[in-house]
Design a protein around this ligand. Structure first.
Ligand SMILES: [Zn+2]
Length: 158
């Protein structure tokens, strides 16, 4: 049973700019090719930690979020990035068109994380987009976690 943020290398595959779970990567590459060909838009992750993310990398973003220095981040062990099936897009305004128009048959759909209105990171150089594409997947039954820390907002999965 794979653990969140602890995928073996053999269960991951390269995409331009990052890694994803094997099946998600195959579908991403196919969607990327179709988007490039039909819309002239080549979808890509924002940075090297914007697709698959290790537990330690998620811990880093979680710590920033908890300190009020980063955007909404999922508790380590619960992020879709840790399953290798989420991508934060490099250029959401254009790349979202590929997800919206062509993504469904590949299992990719648009999702947007809630943005805390009190976020102090707006305008700073560390601000990352909170707009992202999430790959749908069949979920095995799992514990529902509630987070006091994230209180007023639905718990992030990113
Ligand atoms: Zn994300």
């Amino acid at each position: 049973m794979p653990q969140n943020g602890r995928s073996a290398d053999q269960d991951l595959a390269l995409i331009p700019g990052g890694r994803l779970a094997k099946e998600a990567a195959a579908n991403w590459l196919a969607l990327r090719a179709e988007g490039g060909k039909r819309l002239g838009i080549w979808i890509a992750p924002l940075g090297s930690r914007s697709s698959y993310r290790t537990f330690a990398e998620q811990q880093h973003f979680w710590n920033l979020f908890q300190a009020g220095k980063g955007n909404s981040a999922a508790r380590p062990g619960t992020s879709n990035h840790g399953w290798g099936n989420a991508v934060d897009l490099a250029d959401p305004p254009s790349m979202r068109r590929v997800i919206d128009r062509l993504g469904a048959p590949y299992g990719w759909h648009w999702g947007e994380a809630p943005v805390p209105t009190t976020s102090r990171s707006r305008g700073s150089s560390t601000t990352m987009t909170t707009i992202r594409a999430t790959r749908t997947r069949r979920r095995s039954p799992s514990k529902t976690t509630t987070s006091r820390e994230e209180g007023r907002w639905p718990e992030s999965r990113h």
